[in-house]
Design a protein around this ligand. Structure first.
Ligand SMILES: [Zn+2]
Length: 461
């Protein structure tokens, strides 16, 4: 037990010290759902040294320690003596400084998240409790009454929903960032939402929550798995085709029952270089898919690799390296703030290009469809402010950078006019909770689970 604890704790301490992350149950969920490629992005020499000096060496000492086993009674007695002495010492210390300790614990709640190894052991228990279910997983149908009722006879709808990865609102120049990170999007007629917040601080929480029937306050991993998602509701109408393409990890349970295509490897993705498959590869062949849907409404979800860290410099082709010098290591703390920002911002430039390529694809269907692109990131990212890196902090203590996300909508004139989108109030606070009902509204789906109040497109209807 001691050896296992030492080995794991050496790794948790590496990640805590390097990126200032918290090893809680959602971080463990991230680790369980990660793939080899993502892990290799994180691997470093420092990590191996941590493992050797804080894991293997002490574990070896434990392994070599002679253990003297006594008879049951003397063993129990000696253990009891030890325990009582310890309890007494702790009691004296706590009571002598009770006032100090009680206010300290209240003022510094996050401190317990950094206790190693107790917190990760506690989190493993939490994770198991929140994940494993006894018996068969029963999925409750949702919105089975759904049907499309169009208020006027219009062309079929073609909507592409881009789920972004780890982009933060304040690094989009559309939101006022000082560096021009959206040079192409700004040329388009974009409806930008500057005030959008995520459901979680990691992909494993945010993505299933975005598509879930539950809102942020009532969502949990288990509940999410047991209830059909918005994609299922759209599918129930029998007149909306749903396709999910993934260049990130997977749909985290959101697209289990709809058509799902993996674009992470060169099997499907035709735009790959040395292990890295580009988001724009997901656009290839969509015309064939769209043509085969014969007048159905269509929702295509594209799950981006986007700004997945810490190796931001790998997330864009060289041509997008406009901001230099860049941080070319996953050891973010070895780079200057400027180098980290540059690499991260270049990756946003590439997303800017990807989104405009998506819009250009939609423009080809201007005559035949009502078209729209919705872009929404899954969560934000810390880039070293107050020494915090990456994402995944517990929501209540997460900085704005991890939860304030960019989101925008592009639509062709036909769709814009029938929804009166020019009148939208974009300054209102929007969250991932709005996505479920906004998709229902956009596709004009009637169902008992639709809440017009949460539909961002409804405000002007
Ligand atoms: Zn993510």
């Amino acid at each position: 037990m001691l050896i296992i604890t030492l080995l794991i704790s050496s790794m948790t301490s590496y990640f805590m010290n390097t990126y200032n992350v918290v090893i809680d149950d959602s971080m463990i969920r991230n680790m369980m759902q990660t793939n080899m490629k993502e892990s290799m992005d994180l691997l470093s020499v420092k990590q191996v040294l941590y493992f050797i000096f804080f894991g293997l060496l002490p574990a070896y000492v434990v392994y070599k320690s002679p253990i003297r086993y006594r008879k049951l009674k003397p063993e129990l007695l000696s253990k009891l003596k030890q325990l009582l002495t310890l309890a007494l010492m702790i009691g004296v210390i706590v009571f002598a400084f009770f006032k100090y300790y009680s206010s300290f614990a209240r003022e510094h709640k996050p401190l317990r998240y950094t206790a190693n190894p107790t917190y990760w052991i506690y989190s493993v228990g939490n994770y198991i409790n929140a994940t494993l279910t006894s018996g068969e997983l029963v999925v409750t149908p949702t919105g089975t009454d759904a049907k499309v009722v169009k208020k006027e006879k219009t062309q079929p709808k073609l909507v592409i929903l881009v789920v972004g990865e780890a982009t933060r609102a304040d690094h989009f120049s559309l939101n006022g960032y000082k560096k021009e990170t959206n040079p192409q999007l700004k040329q388009e007629d974009i409806i930008n939402f500057p005030n959008v917040y995520s459901c979680g601080t990691s992909t494993a929480v945010s993505v299933p929550c975005m598509f879930s029937y539950y809102d942020k306050s009532s969502y949990s991993f288990k509940k999410g798995l047991r209830k059909e998602t918005i994609l299922d509701v759209l599918d129930h109408t029998n007149s909306i085709s749903v396709l999910w393409r993934d260049n990130n990890s997977n749909s985290k349970g959101a697209a289990i029952r709809v058509t799902y295509e993996d674009y992470k490897t060169s099997h499907a993705n035709t735009v790959c270089t040395d292990d890295e498959c580009r988001d724009e590869g997901m656009l290839v062949g969509l015309d064939t898919y769209i043509a085969s849907q014969q007048g159905n409404d269509i929702l295509i979800v594209l799950h981006q690799m986007g700004n997945h860290g810490p190796a931001y410099y790998k997330r864009y082709p060289k041509a997008f390296e406009k901001f230099t010098p860049v941080c070319e290591t996953n050891q973010l703390e070895e780079c200057t703030q400027e180098e980290i920002n540059n690499a991260y911002d270049n990756a946003i430039l590439y997303t800017d290009d990807f989104l405009v390529k998506t819009i250009n694809l939609l423009k080809q269907y201007d005559k035949t469809h009502q078209t729209a692109m919705i872009y929404m990131s899954d969560h934000g990212e810390s880039l070293g402010e107050k020494n915090i890196y990456l994402h995944g902090l517990p929501y209540f203590m997460a900085p704005d950078a991890q939860i304030h996300i960019p989101a925008l909508v592009w639509a062709n004139d036909s769709l814009k006019n029938s929804f009166n989108l020019k009148e939208l109030d974009v300054t209102k606070k929007v969250t991932h909770d709005n996505l479920f009902h906004s998709l229902l509204g956009l596709f004009e789906v009637q169902t008992e689970v639709y809440q017009p109040k949460l539909d961002i497109f409804n405000a002007t209807k």
